[in-house]
Ligand binder design. Structure first.
Ligand code: IVH
Length: 711
């Protein structure tokens, strides 16, 4: 199987992209309707986010396929009927999402290209904020008094939830007075703002922020719900949103919500987004102390990483970070892309559920011969780690899921750990999907497959097949072969049983998330093992040959074979071994040290066998790099001698030993591959044959010179 080929197979032409985009519209709209209007959930909000991201990426690839009704072009839900409507002074927009560094680089490029050369450079180029997982609100103050608070609604018109917001202590009912504000601004050294406000203190302030619930309050509330035999709430965000939309403010008050302000809509001359926060603070708003400027994307990544690791330590939930171009003038000039600001982005934490595509379903033969289907996935980050495959356990599971090759699926991590296909999204099918046929013959050895009584388990009938494969894998990773630390027989067994590997090459394709099935394996040990595997992608030729597990080829023979290959060509890739081995005839191999006809045949057979050639090709594709350490070539390196007749000043055994020590080989029979025939006294019939073959014949004197001085 070649994943790249499958990638191509499923990559879309413009016509196909158009169809896929339409299908994504329908699917996203359907789930949004369920979620927002009917209060139902068929897929998680995270999976829905992932679908939106897929649509966004496809639209970036084919921008002329963006339609005004695309779900990427809209903002929130419609305002509820019960509340008074409030028109926002400027639209309350949502941001585009990024899920990876690549997405962030693409975002940076998009807005930099748009802004061109005229851009303000600074050590505080970006401003990073914790992305609170709550509900966006807008707060209006007249002469310092809180007069109106609204939800986002559809982005243009929101709901008036003033009474409810007044119950939240973090939201000031009255702002600080002019003297205090100016005092505070002076402390922050915002002299240009001070100057402006001293002259003209605003009678209206509009700010935006987020209302959210602390985790401990959420847990307490759910305990109450359970006590009252009521359904527990799904997450703090839903409760925060629900609490704000309560018609009875007493209920809102009982929910202990919190709030941070993060946007100052009113123009007070703020030059950066950071200043905006300081001004908000000077007026008495609560701002998040963990927000920070960043010099470049590297610093943004460090901020993202720090908060991904520390998110559990916060008393409230965050679902990523918000990154904004700090300079206000450039930010404004960057304007909008679709309906989101071009120079701001929500860089979300890895989703625990996400959508991806099943590129193929492989049938693996486990440690005990049980066939296990495994979905090969378009690599995707789930909950912080990349997964490339997901075990399907058995063929029943494929039936249960209704899964076909090429399907778009939702993947998650069961118990937050084990990668799993949760659901197939059949509405997104393009017609190219294929059903998996249960094989009747073993994909490894071609023997018959037996269906066991329970009708779920299929097993290869050839015990030797899987036992041998298992042993080969143990050998492959062992100390004297690839020496992959941390990967012993126990782990190999587990990976085989789950169908995550079938052959040695599969080991090099494992990603951190794929190892989650290993019991007692935390993210750290998975990361270590993946690192250990990657560190062993470079291997010297002798070890590589030994690791292949060729019958009768031990370390010493592998050494001799490696020398022979190197004497022909200094190779770098596994495929080159195949090319060279094709050129070495069996009788040539027989001239190598320790290699008799039996071993030579075994070597020849190995490199001719289809499965072995396939494995070497796969190892090549897995980027295994062969190292051929520089060995000083010996005087007679690779030269083959035949000795005939008696030598005077040296015994035959001594002569053989000398030749070997100088890197040469001694053969007992004459053939066209012989480099020198040493003719002693009373030579045998070998001389006749050597003459017939036109070989180079040397006398004892010449030979002695050769072994003393070389050729
Ligand atoms: S906005 C451009 N800051 O995330 C101004 N929004 O997906 C930068 N959100 O609609 C500051 N935490 O409801 C900003 N610290 C934060 C936020 C935040 C959560 C929400 C907000 C927005 C959505 C975007």
């Amino acid at each position: 199987m070649n994943i790249d080929e499958n990638f191509k197979k499923f990559s879309l032409s413009k016509e196909e992209a158009k169809k896929k985009i339409e299908k994504l519209h329908q699917e996203i709209n359907y789930h949004r309707y369920l979620y927002h209007v009917l209060d139902k959930e068929e897929i998680s909000p995270e999976a829905l986010d992932s679908l939106k991201k897929e649509l966004f990426d496809l639209e970036q690839q084919f921008p002329d396929l963006i339609t005004p009704d695309s779900p990427t072009q809209r903002i929130g839900g419609k305002p509820l009927k019960e509340f008074k409507k409030v028109k926002h002074p400027t639209p309350m927009l949502s941001f585009n999402d990024a899920f990876s560094k690549e997405d962030m680089y693409a975002w940076e490029k998009r807005f930099l290209d748009f802004l061109g050369n005229h851009i303000h450079h600074s050590d505080k180029f970006y401003y990073c904020e914790l992305k609170l997982d709550g509900l966006a609100i807008e707060l209006q103050y007249k002469n310092g008094v809180f007069v109106c608070g609204a939800t986002r609604g559809d982005g243009y018109i929101g709901e008036d939830v003033t009474q409810n917001l007044k119950t939240i202590e973090a939201i000031p009912l009255r702002l600080l007075d002019k003297k205090e504000v100016i005092e505070n601004l002076k402390k922050e050294k915002l002299d240009h703002i001070v100057k402006r406000l001293e002259k003209n203190f605003p009678d209206e302030i509009i700010a935006r922020g987020e209302v959210f619930m602390h985790r401990k309050d959420f847990e307490a509330l759910n305990k109450e719900q359970i006590k009252k035999n009521l359904k527990p709430y799904a997450n703090p965000r839903n409760v925060a949103a629900g609490s704000i939309r309560q018609l009875d403010p007493k209920i809102t008050a009982s929910r202990h919500l919190d709030s941070y302000a993060y946007i100052l809509v009113t123009d007070l001359g703020q030059k950066t987004h950071e200043e905006e926060h300081l001004i908000l603070k000077a007026f008495g708003f609560k701002i998040n102390p963990y927000n920070e400027p960043a010099k470049n994307l590297e610093e943004v990544f460090a901020f993202h990483d720090k908060w991904w690791k520390n998110r559990e330590k916060l008393p409230y939930e965050i679902d990523g970070i918000v990154v904004i171009l700090n300079n206000e003038e450039d930010f404004k000039r960057a304007s909008y892309i679709g309906k989101a600001p071009r120079a701001a982005i929500a860089y979300k934490f890895a989703l625990k559920q996400t959508t991806t595509q099943v590129l193929d379903i492989l049938v693996q033969v486990g440690r005990t011969g049980v066939l296990t289907p495994v979905a090969m996935l378009k690599p995707v980050n789930v909950g912080g780690v990349t997964i490339t495959r997901s075990t399907l356990h058995n063929f029943e599971e494929i039936k249960r899921l209704g899964l076909k090759i090429g399907d778009t699926v939702i993947v998650g991590r069961a118990g937050d750990v084990i990668p799993q296909i949760i659901q197939v999204l059949p509405n997104l099918r393009t017609g190219k999907e294929k059903k998996l046929e249960i094989p009747s013959l073993c994909p490894m050895c071609g023997s018959k497959i037996i269906k066991e009584e329970n009708g779920i388990i299929y097993r290869c009938s050839n015990k030797k097949c899987f036992a041998m494969n298992r042993r080969c894998l143990y050998h492959f990773v062992s100390k004297t072969a690839f020496d992959i630390e941390g990967m012993g027989p126990k782990i190999i067994d587990r990976l085989l049983d789950e169908g995550l590997i079938r052959d040695a090459a599969d080991i090099f394709k494992l990603e951190e998330g794929d190892l989650a099935i290993l019991e007692g394996f935390g993210e750290k040990s998975a990361a270590n093992l993946v690192q250990s595997i990657r560190n062993h992608k470079k291997i010297n030729l002798r070890r590589f040959i030994y690791a292949l597990g060729i019958l009768h080829v031990g370390e010493k023979t592998a050494d001799a074979l490696a020398d022979k290959i190197i004497s022909i060509k200094k190779i770098k890739r596994p495929m080159e071994i195949l090319e060279i081995m094709e050129k070495i005839p069996q009788n040539d191999l027989e001239t190598l040290e320790d290699i008799g006809p039996k071993v030579a045949k075994s070597i020849k057979d190995f490199f001719e066998e289809k499965n072995n050639r396939e494995l070497i090709k796969k190892l090549d594709e897995a980027d295994i790099e062969i190292e051929t350490p520089f060995k000083e070539l010996k005087k007679l390196q690779g030269k083959i001698f035949v000795l005939t007749g008696a030598l005077n000043s040296i015994t035959r055994e001594e002569a053989k030993e000398q030749i070997r020590q100088l890197g040469g080989k001694v053969s007992s029979s004459v053939s066209k591959n012989i480099d020198f025939v040493v003719e002693g006294e009373n030579p045998g019939s070998k001389i006749k044959k050597a003459k017939e073959l036109n070989l180079k014949i040397i006398k004892e004197k010449e030979f002695l010179e050769m072994i003393e001085k070389g050729e």
